[in-house]
Design a protein around this ligand. Structure first.
Ligand code: SF4
Length: 243
């Protein structure tokens, strides 16, 4: 008999997937949430809600975490040991250096493979590149089957009363993706909104920037960006493809 796991980040797509799987009584034994420890608070709130809801349907919920903490890997982990460019930590995660994503996918893959499980993955129907990239025999993509786009996933969750509120603002109104708050994939429009509406997270970004020489964006540190925003720069909204 097959064992079915759903991977859920508690963002709009995977949450819509899990809720619809439960509603349609599809086989689902376990929901797995990978906690980078750098998620927005509302993600943890939604995980708690999901755990209660899934528990009422007899579905097991499991939290996975990285082998080394995010901050250790970012600042302390020895890198290129014995080579001329030996240093500590990979610095910001994102862009072409998505070490957090690599660890997350590896942990989820290993977990599902160890249980010989089928794994539902919440990739929306309009994320065609990711659908091709993540294809593996044991992975299932119900959102694509249902032809649910990212917008429809968000509407589906909101219809069910789910929100991603921080400071009375729903993060999906000011961010393209509710990924790690320190994700270097964030575009300038998202960063401007964090600076403007989520000052506590902006302060945390400044704390991280103070510990690394690498600028957050190409040639632009968090401190540079802050100065530009204070000087009146308001970036245009250009939605990125990957998060
Ligand atoms: S969301 Fe961004 S920071 Fe978090 S693991 Fe993925 S690439 Fe890294």
């Amino acid at each position: 008999m097959n064992y079915y796991i759903a991977s859920c980040s508690c963002g709009k797509d995977s949450l819509a997937m899990v809720l619809r799987l439960i509603k349609e009584k599809k086989p689902l034994d376990e929901i797995v949430f990978y906690d980078t420890d750098m998620e927005f608070k509302c993600i943890y709130d939604n995980w708690l809600l999901l755990k209660c809801y899934a528990g009422r349907h007899g579905i097991k919920c499991t939290r996975l975490e990285p082998k080394c903490s995010f901050l250790y890997t970012m600042f302390e982990k020895p890198v290129n040991v014995g080579k001329p460019n030996e240093h500590k930590g990979y610095s910001w995660c994102g862009g072409c250096c998505r070490w957090g994503t690599t660890a997350k996918l590896k942990a989820l893959d290993e977990y599902c493979q160890a249980k010989n499980a089928k794994c539902y993955v919440g990739i929306a129907a309009d994320e065609t590149e990711r659908l091709i990239k993540e294809r593996k025999p044991y992975k299932l993509f119900p959102l694509a089957e249902w032809k649910m786009t990212e917008r429809e996933c968000l509407d589906y969750c909101r219809d069910k009363g789910i929100s991603w509120k921080e400071n009375s603002i729903d993060l999906y109104d000011i961010l393209d993706r509710v990924s790690c708050w320190c994700c270097a994939n964030k575009n300038l429009w998202e960063l401007y909104n964090i600076w403007k509406y989520l000052p506590k997270y902006w302060e945390r970004l400044k704390e991280l920037q103070a510990k690394t020489h690498r600028p957050f964006k190409k040639d632009c540190s968090i401190f540079d960006l802050e100065q530009r925003f204070i000087n009146g720069y308001i970036p245009k909204h250009r939605k990125r493809k990957n998060g």
